[in-house]
Design a protein around this ligand. Sequence first.
Ligand SMILES: [Fe+2]
Length: 500
Amino acid sequence: MDDLSKVISGLMKKGIIIDKSALEFIKEKNVAPEDIESMKIESLILTRKILEAQLKKDDEVPAKKMEHDLGAKKERAAVLGDIRKPNLLTAKNLPHRVIIESPECPEPRERSANSFVEYFNARYNTLKNILSHRQELKNLVSLGRLTKYSSDKNISVIGIVSNVTKSKAGNTVVDIEDPSGSIRVIIMNHKDIGESEILNDEVIGITGSTSKGFMFADSIVLPDIPIPKGVRRVNDAVSAVFISDLHYGSRDFNTDIESRFLKWILSPEASQVKYLFICGDIVEGVGIYPGQESELIVKDIYAQYRVFEEFVEKIPEHIQIIICPGNHDAVRISEPQPVIAREFIPGLWDKENVHLVTNPAYVNVHGIDCDGINVLMYHGYSFTSIVDVIPDLRQKGLQNPQHVMKYVLKRRHLAPPYGACVAVPEKQDALVITKIPDIFHTGDLHSHAIDNYKGITMISSSTFQNQTPFMDKVGHVANPGKVTVVDLKTRETICVDLSS
Ligand SMILES: [Fe+2]
């Protein structure tokens, strides 16, 4: 690996993308990879300007460290200022564009065992198409061609996991299937195969050798996100705001946060805001869990949505509002969830700046003289179940949602084990992540996180609701009032804290 490749791969591991100007600067000035490795880079994109500033900082004497820290704070403040300062050409005067791509949500009908076969075949085929382009999976063989008498070396297979167990010797035993057959795969416990956690119903690639009807794995290959070619931006200085889990109707709804949000969105600080994403659990709902009634301040579901409509009415009309449902909303719980029906929010259905989408949904915004920014909205109902069965994620906790978000991105599926959420067995699996988003927006856990995985900005929105007894029971830790703002032109991301 040459020096430049080392730099790029080191930064990629930290979720930082290097742009062309920085690459040219490194070559020009012969910057050592170790110098870049030791830098504290706070931006998601490393540009020449940032690199020059960092190197200049490193050259200065340590006695000035305190001054540097202050400088860094000032730099960050400047970034915040760029987003918050009033702009002459504000979002109000600029055009908007919203393109929605929602999966089909057919009417309820009877399902048979065959519906599940079709559903899992669809999942397998979509993910197989992604995996079969992976370089690591050379010599691909379908499982039906492996017989118990064959002994093949350096082969690759792609299968859907039907069972995972541990042998007495501590090896992992994984049964996989494809439409042509099945095989038992042994992962020896001393082998570093890259991925230690495999769950049922995942579609994975495996390299290794076969003997006596078993396959011995050398490596596990996940569908994963490819290395990005660049960072997508829009031409205009506009921002998108990301919130979720408002829970109107709850006794624990935080009216102070709602007031501060409305005050902020009407202020010059938010003059660049053109899009507002709300990722489900608009209302607290009715009958979601036993004993919920005593925790409701608005006991009627229609009345809960009416209070939400009043909230939307106060948001300036030049802001496009994109709303998906969550598990507390008045739609079926099985995913994909359809849009919230007209009968619940009649005032919003005909409102030009309101866009109702399914859960999940892809939304492309501000594609004006450019490709726009692709946002994958998924409420995140499967995340609690996934965290629950994976020790590493459990240890990191539900208050750090970025880890489970990265987990599903790597698997290119929003709920790999069937049952992590209630999924409808359709002819297509709507939970496969077929497109690479620029922004992955979720909620449900009520914890706030902003992170980056291979160029994808991951946003877990918090809530407008204080901690509730139900959240204590399911292990969610509320971090209310954290609002994420993404400048779509620079892709700088900040958190506006409205909690106090
Ligand atoms: Fe919620």
